[in-house]
Write a protein that binds this ligand. Structure first.
Ligand SMILES: [Zn+2]
Ligand SMILES: [Zn+2]
Length: 149
């Protein structure tokens, strides 16, 4: 019988029940920290870690978005959501339900040079008025042009 107090030998000979998947596995399937085997097997530990990582990444992404919204437009994600709710979840111009072109969120349309938010627009509308320099004079002219022709 090998010396089971030796951590290395222990790894190979000791059977251990994982307290997560309840499978009994060889010691080698568990992480060994200075001779003490972990309670969960490597496989379970791995999936626990990746679940944590996914959650963490999502949290990080939300945090980043909130930061960007505040920095660029002076609004929080909560305020963004409130505006979207007021707009019934639709673009203010085209009334589309989707931000369009694979975008996850509607664009925050703001007065140039300021942080004054006018509303949320889909990608196409935001680009559209942007191409006409967000200029009511030009947009009115374009409107007259379209209606006359
Ligand atoms: Zn397990
Ligand atoms: Zn739109």
């Amino acid at each position: 019988m090998p010396n089971l107090n030796c951590p290395v030998i222990n790894n190979y000979y000791l059977m251990r029940r994982c307290n997560r998947c309840s499978e009994t596995k060889k010691g080698i399937s568990f992480y060994n920290n200075k001779g003490r085997l972990s309670y969960t097997c490597k496989k379970c530990q791995y999936s626990l870690n990746s679940t944590w990582l996914k959650k963490h990444k999502l949290k990080r992404k939300r945090w980043d978005r909130n930061y960007r919204l505040q920095k660029e437009y002076g609004i929080t994600t909560n305020q963004f959501n409130k505006i979207l709710l007021k707009q019934n979840g639709k673009c203010r111009i085209r009334r589309s339900n989707s931000p369009g072109r694979g975008h996850e969120n509607f664009n925050v349309d703001h007065k140039h040079g300021t942080k004054v938010v006018r509303g949320l627009l889909c990608f196409d509308c935001n680009t559209g008025i942007g191409k006409l320099k967000d200029n009511p004079v030009l947009i009115r002219r374009a409107l007259r042009y379209l209606e006359r022709n």
